[in-house]
Design a protein around this ligand. Sequence first.
Ligand SMILES: Cc1ncc(COP(=O)(O)O)c(C=O)c1O
Length: 383
Amino acid sequence: MSVSNSFRLGSPEVFPPAERHVYLDAASVGLSHKGGAAAISAWQNALAEEGTIAFDEQAEVECLDNLNEATARLFNATTDDIAVASSETVLMQSLAWAVMPEKGTKIVATDITHPSTVYPWMRLCDHTGAEVHWVRADASQTIDPDELEASIDDNTSVVCLSQCEYGTGQQYDLKRYADKAHAHGAILVVDATQSAGQVPIDASCGVDAVATSTYKWLCGPFGTGMMYVSPAMQKLNPGILGWRSHKDMWDFQADRLELVDNAKRYEFGTMAYGTAFGATESVRHLLDTGMDKIVEHNRRVSKHLIAGLNDLGAEVLGPKTDADRSATVAARFPGKNSRDFAKTLKEANVIASLRRDFIRFSPHYYNNIDDIDQGLAAIKAAL
Ligand SMILES: Cc1ncc(COP(=O)(O)O)c(C=O)c1O
């Protein structure tokens, strides 16, 4: 079936700014789902008007349930496997202290991973004497998947990966690394902040934990994160504890703590709860649209971008094979300073990000081929 160049899978009614800008920046901050933004304001306004009349104790117990349920569907998991808190980092940090990798063991990570993917584990290394083993990218910012796999051995305690690299969008096969990690008695923990909402995530492939924030490809707000944890991780003692960690959060008896029996033990305290209502709307919209359709749409749009960038003589970074890529596209422009170039593009209303010494374009389901053509025309003019 042929699709028109003006077709946006995420419709302009839901994402109005997509019609006003060439917005290619989901890997930084995705456009927010309009209904999600409205849900957050509605909750906040009700709280401002009526305090605990609008948001009573039972509501505070149940307020994360809808996001929990939507996330379970997104990750092909059950609701017992999902915790909600304020960000990926906070959830990953709590998990790292729960796992507590021992002295003499190594944590495998790539040197192009996002700091927030690995800093929680580096903090643990400072404490226990475990060490990070860095798998290095080549000159085109690509990790060799075979080298990554070969670096997992009997000394490995944790393999810590961003499912899609924040810079180049390189995508990893989670099952492959989960199997390899388990064969050596290690675990695979995944940062999905750059992948949830743009590629499917199947927690049943054997991953031990998957954590994400919501403001990028999930088109939700700042202030919410979700984490899948496997049944084994649900037995550990979280690094961060608070009143919500107790089975009955309204027990308020400080000298006894009975942790929740499932992933919710990683939920520890209050957060900007309204953001969870916003994130629920945007995750449901992605699910209703269909992750397969989103992948197909985004691949078509990003392939068009890569072809156009190649035609213009840009150096496109990251893997050459489709299977190892996601919609994120990083490029350098020979003879151009990327910082200045990013500014010029912004002045032409083409919104992308400078990352290190390259420019990162990250189209999502609300973009269309016409956006890419406009972006390429602006690049051509700037060259
Ligand atoms: C892979 C990845 N992880 C984590 C983060 C940020 O984490 P948080 O939302 O917890 O600050 C980013 C932000 O760019 C990211 O790209």
